[in-house]
Design a protein around this ligand. Sequence first.
Ligand code: PLP
Length: 464
Amino acid sequence: MAINDAGERLKALDARHHLHPFTDFKQLGEQGSRIITGASGVYIHDADGQRILDGMAGLWCVNLGYDQPELVAAASQQMTQLPYYNTFFKTAHPPAIELAAELCRLAPEHINHVFFTGSGSEANDSMLRMVRRFWALKGKPEKQWIIARENGYHGSTVAGMSLGGMAPMHAQGGPCVPGITHIRQPYWFAEGRGKGSESPESDTHSRDDFGRLCAEALDARIQELGPDNVAAFLAEPVQGAGGAIMPPDSYWPAIKAVLAKYDILLVVDEVICGFGRLGEWFGSQHYDLKPDLMPIAKGLSSGYLPIGGVLVGDRVADTLIEEGGEFFHGFTYSGHPVCAAVALKTLEIMQREDIVTRVRDDLGPYLASRWATLADHPLVGEARSLGLMGALELVADKASGERFATSLAVGNLCRDICFETGLVMRSVGDTMIISPPLVITHEQIDALVSLARAALDETARQLA
Ligand code: PLP
């Protein structure tokens, strides 16, 4: 069968039988999907024979690129040795044990335990249960509230979507988990810039004023709920799925100062930012945070197999261990041996090839310098990046920063043009985001930026 016939057959079957995540099922049925049949390095290949630079590392996860033979060998070897056993009821196996030890060696000093899950959503579910259990064991069962952020993303299970602050997700599928509340996000471009301030002399406030204002929202919510009722504050170091939102420099220090006033746990969701994305092993280290718990997933196995977990700091772990008795929680695939073996190999390769330092000292600054050149494009209101994560804010009017009408779906238009011209760049509303594999080269960053500029030109042409 010719490539195109095979592709058409798959598209038809896909439309008939397959319900995709985060997809308008009907629209997909009408338009058909893009079938990805292979990949190598930082490129994916589709059934039409097109090669596409994957500016998103899959879903922020394929950090080592698509053809890392050592990960394949690690999976294969472990499949032969022990394809499955669980970690319930006092059993364990070498890959889960070795991975737990290695993760704790790499994590900040106060973190010495990990609970394994199959995904980032399950990691956040597990975190929620641990946080509430911790406070119950401390004799403070009224400490139930989790304060998270609007437009944050923490997964798609019921607890994950409840912890997340994505309004369209909350609107579907019934009541959220109780005891979770959201405060404003430190999204300067969307909510800070030009939106007025407390100061009557000025109608704009600086980025840093805005960062502090967002941290004050945490203090205000804690006061409102009563500090004795608040269990934890949960946030991503940089909001990923919300639009690669790097907070103003003032934000995290101000949040830390608020938390220092109260006895409230800090949970930093490292599912995207962990494992080198921001140029440190964990995003928390970039912002000098000392989280009590850190949900992890994605880059842990470079996306090759599903695995996640919660890194648990000593304060919580010691209480759960010493006072907790049996923890009635876990997953069939918690610490799956093949996934754990691949994760362990991922960590080994990252250290051997010094990938985290390379992102911090070389690739991140190089991307920043190249990405910033897109700021001169008429459609771009802001170009920002940190480590190997970047965003472009598309605007109708460059001077005022005014957005396009939502009905024009300009971000999706640009995303589709990117795909056609050979680049995966994701859209979140009219924010275009990238998060390429951490093994991308300078030349490939140049190619990415050229493809992005060409897609912006074509978007502008189609809008004219
Ligand atoms: N937390 C964050 C910050 C994420 O970005 C994601 C996924 O994108 C999740 C949690 C959920 O992870 P998963 O899709 O593996 O359940």
